[in-house]
Design a protein around this ligand. Structure first.
Ligand code: GTP
Ligand code: SPV
Ligand code: MN
Length: 593
């Protein structure tokens, strides 16, 4: 037997000794196994069958109401030295962290089944893909991992070939938030998570492995593990550009990845191809370009706001074989959430008769889990071992003021600063206050497994002779008017912005240089038929130099927080931008489309 399988067996035996499960089940990823798991959960009430006529083989899971989102304050990166985790992470000494959680894992699986889940993040034959094994006592986690990863026998065979794998240990424990910890040991390639059954806390292949552990590995090995969607945009000539975009949690990745061209774009023959909606692993190819894979096999998407007008592709994807978490139900047992349609739900996400006074019917972070293969715009290219070549990287967040609809970074270093300086309002994807503006560098604040200062250096290091790097852009779909309404229609209309981006990549769209970067030249973005109104047209395409000067001061103090570890080039770039703004008359860059 190979040494990695020996190591796996030993680890499984050790975990069983500690957690004392009643039985152990090695998961093979088969249909029969999935059916058996679902049947078991229908019996225990972990799953509720939905209307089989409208939603075949689809189920609802209701979380404990105290366990409905990621818990950033309980998520730790446990490197031997605190400075290596950085000010962007909560840190605990590895020995102390192991002792703390091992005490909670002691006997945690008594009377329960311990599932062993070998999984592969990425196409099974991809050199960019990596494997892991999750041990869990939650059948809900197993069912979700089967949809979200390539799970089972093929992954186990690859682990035997690879010789190594990431170890993830998970137990739902007793769901007591005071005994909940999501611990990462990047040096040991291991994860220990206890006390939560929710998505990002419990499906360890996703944020824990594919971002926190993988970002750490990627730095060592010269690649990037990012919180990005990957989308292909095909123009009427049949040319496709792939774009990777980093938006923070619940800021529009799934929606942009599944965009459907409307109106003139549909008529002219534009097509949009979905590669991934949340995570992107990118590595330099022999040609100097960055090549990307989606390490996931499914979507764990935000339900609220998903409707026929916003994301018809998602609705088509959800037609069958879907697990819903914390959505509401109609009287005939169909899943429902705010933004789906104007029916009135019968039962809310906690199973109570729906009453407006109790708040939204679906939890704001209610989710669907569904195989990517069910998505009409999913492309075979997502299964390509070498990935897809990236033409543009896009950063963006929820910025109700100041930040224009789109601008382009001058060069790679400037683009890294734009990503590092990204800000966004917090959302319901994590516990805590919603709508609070914070810096969320590259949308990785909750997910980078090491010191952000080193992460910025790593990003800068890709700019070397022979590299053919993507152009970097920043977008903001979330600018609001004085009434608090979004100025930009968003969703399908975002293709207008993607068109400008790919024309900039091709060198055919004109731009105006400003101190913050290149904005579309007047008329550069097609706004035909949008009726934006004068105030919006102005706000979306102008640079408020005074406001930006204040923003640069705030960015400078954010960067100061990383001390001497911050790469010099980033500080220089920030000072260059601040100086350019200081030398510019207020609103001199105001643009009208
Ligand atoms: P995670 O899965 O948490 O990483 O989120 P995500 O980045 O994939 O966000 P998603 O696409 O699920 O969108 C989150 C919320 O933002 C949903 O309620 C969407 O309806 C809304 N949203 C997405 N795109 C747009 C847009 O272009 N404009 C506006 N106004 N809202 C949007
Ligand atoms: C996010 O919060 O960014 C998500 C959902 O994509 S979770 O899997 O919980 O991380
Ligand atoms: Mn996400």
């Amino acid at each position: 037997m190979s040494s990695s399988l020996d190591a796996l067996n030993q680890w499984v035996a050790g975990v069983a000794t500690l957690t004392k499960p009643e039985r152990i089940q090695w998961c093979d990823g088969s249909d029969a196994e999935y059916r058996q798991l679902v049947d078991g959960m229908l019996t225990t009430g972990d799953l509720i069958a939905l209307n089989p006529t409208t939603h075949p083989r689809s189920y609802l899971h209701r979380s404990n109401p105290s366990d409905v989102a990621r818990v950033e304050h309980l998520t730790f990166v446990c490197t031997p030295r605190e400075a290596d985790a950085g000010p962007n992470n909560h840190w605990m000494d590895p020995a102390q962290a192991h002792a703390k959680v091992d005490a909670l894992f002691d006997g945690a699986m008594q009377g329960r089944t311990m599932y062993v889940i070998p999984y592969c993040m990425g196409p099974i034959d991809s050199p960019i893909a990596r494997c892991g094994v999750e041990i869990t006592d939650s059948p809900y986690v197993v069912a979700n991992m089967r949809i979200m990863t390539r799970m089972g026998a093929a992954a186990l065979a690859r682990i035997e070939r690879d010789g190594s794998f990431v170890r993830g240990l998970h137990s739902t424990g007793d769901l007591d938030p005071d005994k909940r910890f999501i611990m990462h040991f990047p040096e040991e390639l291991s994860i220990k998570s206890i006390g939560s059954g929710y998505g990002g806390n419990a499906l360890l292949g996703k944020k824990c492995h594919a971002l926190r552990i993988a970002s750490h590995q990627a730095r060592r090995e010269g690649w990037l593990a990012e919180h990005m969607l990957i989308v292909g945009v095909e123009d009427p000539r049949g040319e496709t550009h792939y774009i990777a975009a980093a938006f923070p949690s619940a800021c529009g990745k799934t929606n942009l990845a599944m965009l459907i061209p409307t109106g003139g774009y549909a008529k002219d023959g534009w097509k949009v191809w979905t590669v991934g909606d949340d995570i992107c692993w990118m590595t330099p190819g022999d040609d100097g370009r960055l090549w990307a894979i989606n390490p996931e096999a499914g979507f764990f998407g935000v339900a609220p706001g998903t409707g026929a007008n916003t994301n018809p592709n998602a609705l088509a994807t959800l037609a069958h074989d879907t697990i819903y978490t914390n959505v509401a139900l109609t009287s005939d047992n169909q899943p429902w959430w705010e933004g789906l349609d104007d029916r009135v739900p019968a039962v809310d996400w906690q199973g109570r008769p729906y009453d407006k006074a109790n708040g939204p019917a679906a939890h704001p972070n209610a989710r669907f889990t569904v195989s990517a293969r069910q998505c009409p715009s999913y492309t075979d290219k997502a299964e390509a071992a070498h990935g897809v070549p990236i033409s543009a990287i896009v950063f963006g967040g929820r910025r109700p003021s100041l930040v224009p609809l789109v601008f382009e970074a001058r060069d790679w270093t400037h683009g890294v600063l734009v990503g590092a300086a990204m800000g966004s309002e917090t959302t319901a994807a994590a516990t805590g206050a919603v709508g609070v503006m914070r810096r969320d560098s590259m949308a990785m604040k909750p997910f980078c497994g090491y010191n952000f200062a080193d992460y910025f250096s790593h990003w800068l290091s890709f700019d070397k002779p022979g590299a053919k790097l993507p152009k970097i852009f920043h977008v903001n779909w979330f600018r609001k008017d004085t009434d608090g309404k979004f100025m930009w229609p968003g969703y399908g209309e975002n293709l207008r912005v993607l068109e400008w981006i790919i024309r900039r990549v091709e060198g055919t769209a004109r731009g105006i240089d400003t101190p913050i970067g290149t904005l579309p030249a007047p008329g550069g973005i097609n706004v035909e038929g949008l009726a934006l109104g004068q105030a919006a047209e102005r706000a979306l395409f102008e640079v408020d130099t005074e406001g930006w000067a204040t923003e640069m001061t705030d960015i400078a103090s954010y960067l100061d927080g990383f001390g001497d570890r911050l790469p010099r080039a980033l500080r220089d770039e920030q000072q260059r931008m601040a100086a350019a703004l200081a030398n510019t008359a207020p609103r001199a860059w105001a643009q009208a489309v």
